[in-house]
Design a binder for this molecule. Structure first.
Ligand code: PAF
Length: 270
Protein backbone atom coordinates (compact mmCIF):
# COMPACT_ATOMS: atom_id res chain seq x y z
CA UNK A 1 0.00 0.00 0.00
CA UNK A 2 1.43 3.36 -1.06
CA UNK A 3 0.65 6.38 1.12
CA UNK A 4 0.45 9.56 -0.94
CA UNK A 5 0.93 12.69 1.16
CA UNK A 6 0.74 15.32 -1.57
CA UNK A 7 -0.07 15.77 -5.25
CA UNK A 8 3.48 15.11 -6.46
CA UNK A 9 3.36 11.69 -4.78
CA UNK A 10 -0.06 11.14 -6.28
CA UNK A 11 0.87 12.08 -9.85
CA UNK A 12 3.95 9.90 -9.73
CA UNK A 13 2.07 6.89 -8.33
CA UNK A 14 -0.87 7.14 -10.71
CA UNK A 15 1.19 7.63 -13.84
CA UNK A 16 0.16 4.85 -16.22
CA UNK A 17 -2.60 3.49 -13.95
CA UNK A 18 -5.84 2.82 -15.80
CA UNK A 19 -9.18 1.45 -14.60
CA UNK A 20 -8.75 3.09 -11.22
CA UNK A 21 -11.46 2.83 -8.55
CA UNK A 22 -11.73 5.67 -6.01
CA UNK A 23 -13.37 5.75 -2.59
CA UNK A 24 -13.50 9.27 -1.12
CA UNK A 25 -13.77 9.26 2.69
CA UNK A 26 -13.40 11.51 5.69
CA UNK A 27 -11.85 8.64 7.63
CA UNK A 28 -13.05 6.81 10.76
CA UNK A 29 -13.60 3.89 8.45
CA UNK A 30 -16.35 1.36 9.13
CA UNK A 31 -17.93 -1.64 7.40
CA UNK A 32 -19.77 0.66 5.00
CA UNK A 33 -16.47 2.00 3.66
CA UNK A 34 -15.02 -1.51 3.61
CA UNK A 35 -17.85 -2.72 1.38
CA UNK A 36 -17.18 0.18 -1.04
CA UNK A 37 -13.49 -0.71 -1.12
CA UNK A 38 -14.19 -4.40 -1.78
CA UNK A 39 -16.53 -3.51 -4.61
CA UNK A 40 -13.86 -1.33 -6.17
CA UNK A 41 -11.32 -4.14 -5.83
CA UNK A 42 -13.71 -6.49 -7.66
CA UNK A 43 -14.46 -4.03 -10.46
CA UNK A 44 -11.21 -2.10 -10.97
CA UNK A 45 -7.51 -2.88 -11.54
CA UNK A 46 -6.32 -0.55 -8.78
CA UNK A 47 -8.04 1.11 -5.84
CA UNK A 48 -7.32 4.44 -4.18
CA UNK A 49 -8.91 5.65 -0.93
CA UNK A 50 -8.70 9.28 0.21
CA UNK A 51 -8.95 10.41 3.80
CA UNK A 52 -9.63 14.12 4.13
CA UNK A 53 -11.98 15.86 6.55
CA UNK A 54 -13.13 18.54 4.16
CA UNK A 55 -13.62 21.85 6.03
CA UNK A 56 -15.71 23.49 3.31
CA UNK A 57 -18.63 21.06 3.62
CA UNK A 58 -19.22 21.76 7.32
CA UNK A 59 -21.74 24.49 7.85
CA UNK A 60 -20.85 24.48 11.54
CA UNK A 61 -17.28 24.93 12.85
CA UNK A 62 -17.92 22.92 16.02
CA UNK A 63 -19.17 20.01 13.95
CA UNK A 64 -15.94 20.12 11.90
CA UNK A 65 -13.81 20.19 15.05
CA UNK A 66 -15.54 17.30 16.73
CA UNK A 67 -15.76 15.13 13.60
CA UNK A 68 -14.03 11.84 14.60
CA UNK A 69 -10.47 11.37 13.34
CA UNK A 70 -8.71 8.00 13.60
CA UNK A 71 -5.90 8.05 11.06
CA UNK A 72 -3.80 5.28 12.63
CA UNK A 73 -6.64 2.81 12.83
CA UNK A 74 -7.80 3.76 9.32
CA UNK A 75 -4.37 3.07 7.84
CA UNK A 76 -4.21 -0.29 9.50
CA UNK A 77 -7.65 -1.23 8.10
CA UNK A 78 -6.61 -0.12 4.60
CA UNK A 79 -3.34 -1.98 4.85
CA UNK A 80 -5.13 -5.20 5.78
CA UNK A 81 -7.51 -4.72 2.84
CA UNK A 82 -4.47 -4.36 0.56
CA UNK A 83 -5.70 -1.18 -1.14
CA UNK A 84 -3.11 0.07 -3.62
CA UNK A 85 -3.05 3.76 -2.67
CA UNK A 86 -4.14 5.96 0.23
CA UNK A 87 -4.30 9.68 -0.52
CA UNK A 88 -3.89 11.92 2.53
CA UNK A 89 -3.76 15.35 0.93
CA UNK A 90 -2.91 18.59 2.67
CA UNK A 91 -5.44 21.41 2.37
CA UNK A 92 -3.23 23.21 -0.15
CA UNK A 93 -3.11 20.16 -2.44
CA UNK A 94 -6.84 20.37 -2.83
CA UNK A 95 -7.56 24.07 -2.61
CA UNK A 96 -4.58 25.52 -4.48
CA UNK A 97 -6.60 26.61 -7.48
CA UNK A 98 -9.55 28.98 -7.41
CA UNK A 99 -12.83 27.91 -8.98
CA UNK A 100 -13.72 29.61 -12.23
CA UNK A 101 -17.43 29.19 -11.54
CA UNK A 102 -19.05 28.97 -8.13
CA UNK A 103 -21.02 25.78 -7.44
CA UNK A 104 -24.72 26.54 -7.19
CA UNK A 105 -27.49 24.07 -6.51
CA UNK A 106 -30.64 24.15 -8.63
CA UNK A 107 -33.57 25.58 -6.75
CA UNK A 108 -35.40 22.26 -6.94
CA UNK A 109 -32.47 20.53 -5.22
CA UNK A 110 -32.63 22.79 -2.15
CA UNK A 111 -34.55 20.21 -0.16
CA UNK A 112 -33.82 17.81 2.71
CA UNK A 113 -30.18 18.27 3.85
CA UNK A 114 -29.60 21.02 1.27
CA UNK A 115 -32.33 23.04 2.92
CA UNK A 116 -31.05 22.50 6.45
CA UNK A 117 -27.26 22.57 5.93
CA UNK A 118 -26.47 25.76 4.12
CA UNK A 119 -23.50 25.37 1.75
CA UNK A 120 -22.93 21.71 2.65
CA UNK A 121 -23.50 20.15 -0.76
CA UNK A 122 -21.76 23.02 -2.54
CA UNK A 123 -18.69 22.03 -0.45
CA UNK A 124 -19.14 18.34 -1.24
CA UNK A 125 -19.59 18.90 -4.99
CA UNK A 126 -16.61 21.26 -5.07
CA UNK A 127 -14.27 18.76 -3.43
CA UNK A 128 -15.56 15.86 -5.54
CA UNK A 129 -14.92 18.00 -8.64
CA UNK A 130 -11.36 18.69 -7.43
CA UNK A 131 -10.71 15.05 -6.50
CA UNK A 132 -11.96 13.82 -9.88
CA UNK A 133 -9.79 16.29 -11.74
CA UNK A 134 -6.68 15.34 -9.75
CA UNK A 135 -7.20 11.56 -9.48
CA UNK A 136 -9.00 10.85 -12.79
CA UNK A 137 -10.64 7.63 -11.60
CA UNK A 138 -12.71 5.43 -13.89
CA UNK A 139 -15.22 4.76 -11.14
CA UNK A 140 -16.06 6.40 -7.81
CA UNK A 141 -17.82 4.27 -5.20
CA UNK A 142 -20.27 6.03 -2.86
CA UNK A 143 -22.80 4.80 -0.32
CA UNK A 144 -26.59 5.15 -0.47
CA UNK A 145 -26.56 6.12 3.20
CA UNK A 146 -25.96 9.68 1.92
CA UNK A 147 -28.52 9.34 -0.82
CA UNK A 148 -28.90 13.02 -1.62
CA UNK A 149 -25.12 13.46 -1.75
CA UNK A 150 -24.88 10.51 -4.12
CA UNK A 151 -27.60 11.95 -6.37
CA UNK A 152 -26.11 15.46 -6.56
CA UNK A 153 -22.51 14.28 -6.99
CA UNK A 154 -23.52 11.79 -9.70
CA UNK A 155 -25.40 14.48 -11.61
CA UNK A 156 -22.44 16.89 -11.51
CA UNK A 157 -19.52 14.49 -12.04
CA UNK A 158 -21.01 12.32 -14.78
CA UNK A 159 -21.93 15.38 -16.80
CA UNK A 160 -18.44 16.86 -16.58
CA UNK A 161 -16.10 13.84 -16.57
CA UNK A 162 -15.74 10.43 -18.10
CA UNK A 163 -16.06 8.93 -14.61
CA UNK A 164 -18.91 6.74 -13.35
CA UNK A 165 -20.37 7.12 -9.87
CA UNK A 166 -21.25 3.66 -8.55
CA UNK A 167 -23.90 3.62 -5.85
CA UNK A 168 -23.54 1.04 -3.11
CA UNK A 169 -26.10 -0.24 -0.61
CA UNK A 170 -26.21 1.11 2.94
CA UNK A 171 -24.63 -1.24 5.44
CA UNK A 172 -26.50 -1.65 8.74
CA UNK A 173 -25.52 -3.01 12.10
CA UNK A 174 -27.48 -6.04 13.38
CA UNK A 175 -29.55 -3.53 15.37
CA UNK A 176 -30.47 -1.93 12.01
CA UNK A 177 -28.83 1.47 12.44
CA UNK A 178 -27.01 2.67 9.32
CA UNK A 179 -23.24 2.65 9.70
CA UNK A 180 -21.71 6.12 9.75
CA UNK A 181 -18.48 7.67 11.06
CA UNK A 182 -20.61 9.96 13.19
CA UNK A 183 -21.83 6.94 15.16
CA UNK A 184 -18.50 7.14 17.02
CA UNK A 185 -19.94 10.22 18.72
CA UNK A 186 -22.78 8.15 20.21
CA UNK A 187 -22.90 5.80 23.18
CA UNK A 188 -24.36 2.30 23.06
CA UNK A 189 -27.82 3.34 24.31
CA UNK A 190 -28.07 6.03 21.65
CA UNK A 191 -27.04 3.57 18.94
CA UNK A 192 -29.73 1.13 20.05
CA UNK A 193 -32.23 3.98 19.87
CA UNK A 194 -31.03 4.86 16.35
CA UNK A 195 -31.57 1.20 15.43
CA UNK A 196 -35.08 1.28 16.88
CA UNK A 197 -35.90 4.43 14.90
CA UNK A 198 -34.76 2.67 11.70
CA UNK A 199 -36.73 -0.51 12.52
CA UNK A 200 -39.81 1.61 13.22
CA UNK A 201 -39.54 3.31 9.82
CA UNK A 202 -38.98 0.01 7.99
CA UNK A 203 -42.18 -1.46 9.41
CA UNK A 204 -44.10 1.82 8.94
CA UNK A 205 -43.11 1.92 5.26
CA UNK A 206 -44.41 -1.61 4.75
CA UNK A 207 -47.74 -0.71 6.37
CA UNK A 208 -48.44 2.38 4.24
CA UNK A 209 -47.85 0.51 0.97
CA UNK A 210 -51.46 0.84 -0.29
CA UNK A 211 -52.67 3.83 1.70
CA UNK A 212 -54.21 6.84 -0.07
CA UNK A 213 -53.59 10.05 1.92
CA UNK A 214 -49.94 9.21 2.35
CA UNK A 215 -48.62 12.76 2.85
CA UNK A 216 -50.89 13.28 5.86
CA UNK A 217 -49.84 9.91 7.27
CA UNK A 218 -46.18 10.90 6.85
CA UNK A 219 -46.69 14.22 8.62
CA UNK A 220 -48.47 12.56 11.53
CA UNK A 221 -45.70 9.98 11.74
CA UNK A 222 -43.05 12.67 12.06
CA UNK A 223 -44.72 13.97 15.22
CA UNK A 224 -45.30 10.49 16.54
CA UNK A 225 -41.62 9.55 16.11
CA UNK A 226 -40.54 12.69 17.96
CA UNK A 227 -42.72 11.76 20.92
CA UNK A 228 -42.07 8.04 20.84
CA UNK A 229 -38.28 8.31 20.78
CA UNK A 230 -37.93 11.73 22.39
CA UNK A 231 -35.85 13.07 19.50
CA UNK A 232 -35.95 16.26 17.45
CA UNK A 233 -36.80 15.34 13.86
CA UNK A 234 -35.53 17.88 11.33
CA UNK A 235 -37.25 16.36 8.33
CA UNK A 236 -39.27 13.23 7.59
CA UNK A 237 -40.32 13.01 3.95
CA UNK A 238 -41.30 10.48 1.32
CA UNK A 239 -39.62 11.23 -2.00
CA UNK A 240 -39.07 9.58 -5.36
CA UNK A 241 -35.57 8.11 -5.63
CA UNK A 242 -34.96 9.27 -9.19
CA UNK A 243 -36.15 12.86 -9.26
CA UNK A 244 -36.47 13.58 -5.51
CA UNK A 245 -40.01 14.92 -5.94
CA UNK A 246 -42.42 14.47 -3.04
CA UNK A 247 -44.11 11.15 -3.54
CA UNK A 248 -47.51 9.73 -2.65
CA UNK A 249 -46.62 6.08 -3.05
CA UNK A 250 -43.89 3.92 -1.57
CA UNK A 251 -42.90 2.34 -4.91
CA UNK A 252 -39.59 3.84 -6.18
CA UNK A 253 -39.61 6.11 -3.15
CA UNK A 254 -37.76 6.37 0.12
CA UNK A 255 -38.48 7.90 3.47
CA UNK A 256 -35.76 10.43 4.24
CA UNK A 257 -35.14 11.36 7.84
CA UNK A 258 -32.78 13.66 9.68
CA UNK A 259 -32.88 13.92 13.45
CA UNK A 260 -30.84 14.86 16.47
CA UNK A 261 -29.81 12.26 19.01
CA UNK A 262 -27.71 13.53 21.95
CA UNK A 263 -26.93 16.65 19.86
CA UNK A 264 -25.53 14.48 17.04
CA UNK A 265 -27.28 14.94 13.69
CA UNK A 266 -28.12 11.63 12.02
CA UNK A 267 -29.61 10.92 8.61
CA UNK A 268 -31.09 7.81 7.07
CA UNK A 269 -33.20 6.78 4.09
CA UNK A 270 -35.45 3.73 4.05
O1 PAF B 1 -19.42 11.24 2.39
C1 PAF B 1 -18.34 11.71 2.76
O2 PAF B 1 -17.61 11.14 3.59
C2 PAF B 1 -17.88 13.06 2.20
O3 PAF B 1 -18.97 13.89 1.98
C3 PAF B 1 -17.02 12.94 0.94
C4 PAF B 1 -17.80 12.29 -0.20
C5 PAF B 1 -15.77 12.12 1.25
C6 PAF B 1 -16.56 14.33 0.46
O4 PAF B 1 -15.77 14.98 1.39
Amino acid sequence: MKILLNNDDLNEALYNVSNLGFIPTMGSLHKGHISLIKKSQRECNKTIVSIFVNPTQFNNKKDYKKYPRNYKKDLSILNKLKVNFVYLPRKEDIYKSKRAKKIKLDKKDKILCAKHRNGHFEGVIDIMDRFTKIIKPKKIFMGEKDFQQLYLVKKFIEEKYNTKIISCKTIRDKNKFALSSRNLLLNKTALIKAGNVAKHIFSFKKKIFKKKNIQKIINDKKNEIEKLFNIKVEYFELRNIRNFKSSNKTKDSKIFISYYLNKVRLIDNI
